[in-house]
Ligand binder design. Structure first.
Ligand SMILES: [Ca+2]
Length: 210
């Protein structure tokens, strides 16, 4: 029996101007992902998991720490300016214990969400915010097809925030991650998603045969 686990991350936010420490605050989010990973029997001992967060607005990619035991994720992403709604794109990847090339680090899931960092979403003086990214306002992609936005009219001024986030991720480019091994959720192109291959123990087979 597996307990439901959540993934949490902290963003260190700052108010407009990023002035003194009085404008610093922390943001905490929970994500659904570790439970599915914990139920996955094909994960090899020594597989190295990593995660990172992209935040809309041109901030540097923020590396997150993955707990090797329960797959929870945490981290601090400094100097995120408040005053806007921010789209969030978290990507998870895994590499074998013996990494011989960057391409062996393979994306297994992406999580798309957003957070309201305007005055509407934050209380005056608030120093920490709990957001359940696993709720209705997020989506985890396990397949490249999940990122398809052809059904959405990506006119950002007229569509709901979550659709805007999906369009942002699409435009930002899952293929825009600066590591070719992370651009697709089906690295060997055989129609079976990386996550499923991880669970069946075949994710790194094509690397070994090269
Ligand atoms: Ca595959």
């Amino acid at each position: 029996m597996m307990a439901i686990r959540f993934i949490g991350l902290c963003l260190a936010l700052c108010g407009l101007g990023c002035g003194g420490s009085d404008t610093m605050m922390h943001f905490r989010a929970t994500l659904p992902f570790a439970q599915k990973l914990s139920n996955c029997s094909g994960v090899a001992t020594g597989d190295i998991f990593s995660a990172a967060l992209n935040i809309s607005g041109g901030f540097p990619v923020c590396d997150l720490a993955v707990n090797a035991t329960d797959f929870t994720v945490s981290g601090e992403c400094p100097d995120i300016v408040t005053g806007q709604e921010r789209f969030l794109f978290i990507y998870y990847s895994v590499a074998p214990a013996q990494v011989t090339s960057l391409e062996q680090n393979k994306a297994i899931a992406y999580d798309i969400s957003y957070v309201d960092l305007t005055s509407d979403g934050l209380e005056p003086g608030q120093t920490e915010q709990i957001v359940d990214i696993g709720g209705s306002q997020s989506e985890t992609y396990y397949s490249d097809a999940d990122a398809d936005v052809t059904e959405i009219n990506c006119d950002l001024s007229t569509i709901p925030l979550f659709d805007q986030a999906r369009c942002w991720v699409h435009d930002y480019g899952i293929g825009g991650i600066p590591n070719s091994g992370l651009e697709t959720l089906d690295s060997d192109g055989d129609g079976i998603d990386n996550f499923d291959e991880l669970c069946s123990g075949t994710l790194f087979d094509s690397d070994e045969s090269e």
